[in-house]
Design a protein around this ligand. Structure first.
Ligand code: 9MR
Length: 379
């Protein structure tokens, strides 16, 4: 073997040694992913909800993190009717517009949240008691928002939280005035306003069998009426112990069977005790200031940090198993300090539900999720 042959031989040996077997990504590759969005780029969008504070420029470091880690974004509150359409004849688009620019600059999938929701509702809308008038008001609201953001919003949560826990329709003001037809009307108007945009039904506790059956009934009805429902959004406000992931899996399968995408639209995992788990307990002022209900004010113990990491690992293992059905997983908040769970169901607690801590450092849960990012290729 002459010198040139020897060099080629060494190069080939090196190449073979560095390449993972067909279909597998090597450990080096998996651990070298620089962000959540790159780790799961072949699987689903990785999204995040941001607050008005973020949008208004008060959290530049958090927005840097958002741009680095995520490729989908939702306005946590800025596009809810109370904020974006406060009076019948006046809109406040500034925050949504600003967020849209950020999303465009960072090439992010944009989720509009939410066109029709009984909560955080504009007072003028809440006052309507006539069915024809409600239909007109919804048309105007939906049309104004959807047409303004054609080509910018990729997917709309068209109706949010329309069902009770047993799968029946929630007695919202919309339902009281129009019956279930308000849902059909909302989806129809959104579809008409932007035939290209994805239409989502979004709700919490969608792992519950009765609620699952309610969503299946609802989506089938909308489909029979000619609505091209694109996705069901399972919010995913979960805890260290529940829900059982087999229930989540059964729901993912049931929604996918309808021919729609499945999203996890508002993921967080509370690390704190839940007053409703206490027998006979009711949400009340009594819990405020209680150490029992707010045990980790000075930091999350390593043991719980580990439990959270394991829980997130199990959750993402399931998501990866169903990557053919899931198109987006969005976290409800940027970091622990920002989460709504510091204020609910008890005001002023210190919760730890997300992947980034209060100083924006990656938590163990982040590492656990990142380590899984190539699992599906190995199986
Ligand atoms: O995170 C939102 C919080 O800032 C608001 O105060 C709250 C008002 O109800 O809404 C929170 O977001 C909700 C979302 O819009 C719909 N699903 C449940 C979320 C948590 O409550």
């Amino acid at each position: 073997m002459n010198y040139r042959h020897l060099l080629v031989f060494i190069a080939v040996i090196c190449l073979c040694a560095c390449q993972a077997p067909e279909g597998e990504r090597s450990v080096q590759e998996s651990s070298s992913a620089q962000s959540l969005k790159s780790a799961f780029a072949d699987d689903f969008f990785l999204g995040v909800a941001v607050s008005a504070n973020h949008i208004n420029g008060n959290k530049p470091r958090e927005m840097e993190l958002v741009a680095r880690e995520f490729n989908a974004i939702t306005a946590e509150n800025s596009m809810k009717s109370m904020n974006i359409h406060p009076e019948r004849d006046s809109f406040f688009f500034d925050e949504a517009d600003r967020l849209m620019v950020f999303a465009e600059e960072n090439d992010m999938h944009f989720v509009g949240h939410a066109l029709v929701w009984h909560s955080q509702q504009s007072p003028w809308l809440e006052k309507i008691t006539d069915s024809a008038e409600m239909a007109i008001a919804l048309t105007e609201h939906i049309n104004a928002l959807v047409t303004r953001y054609i080509g910018k919003v990729d997917a709309w949560d068209v109706v949010n939280e329309a069902l009770n826990e047993d799968g029946s329709y929630r007695e919202s003001n919309f339902y009281k005035v129009m019956g279930r037809d308000y849902l059909l009307h909302a989806f129809r108007e959104a579809q008409k306003a932007d035939p290209e945009v994805d239409l989502i039904y979004n709700d919490y506790n969608l792992w519950k069998p009765e609620k699952r059956a309610g969503v299946v009934r609802l989506v089938k009805w909308l489909q029979d009426e000619g609505i091209d429902v694109d996705a069901v959004g399972m919010q995913g406000h979960w805890s260290l112990i529940g829900p059982d992931l087999s229930d989540v899996e059964a729901s993912i399968n049931a929604y996918a069977e309808l021919g729609v995408d499945v999203l996890v639209s508002e993921l967080d995992v509370t690390a704190l005790p839940n007053p409703w788990d206490l027998e006979g307990a009711e949400i009340s002022q009594n819990f405020e200031g209680s150490e029992y209900m707010d045990p980790y004010r000075s930091g999350l113990p390593d043991s719980v940090q580990l439990l959270l990491a394991e829980r997130y690992e199990d959750i993402f293992r399931l998501f990866l198993k169903h990557r053919d059905k899931l198109t987006r997983v969005s976290f409800w908040g940027v970091c622990d300090g920002h989460s709504w769970l510091n204020g609910w169901p008890i005001e002023g607690r210190t919760n730890y539900p997300l992947l980034f801590d209060r100083s924006l450092k990656n938590k163990k849960a982040y590492d656990a999720v990142m380590a899984l990012s190539n699992l599906e290729a190995e199986e």
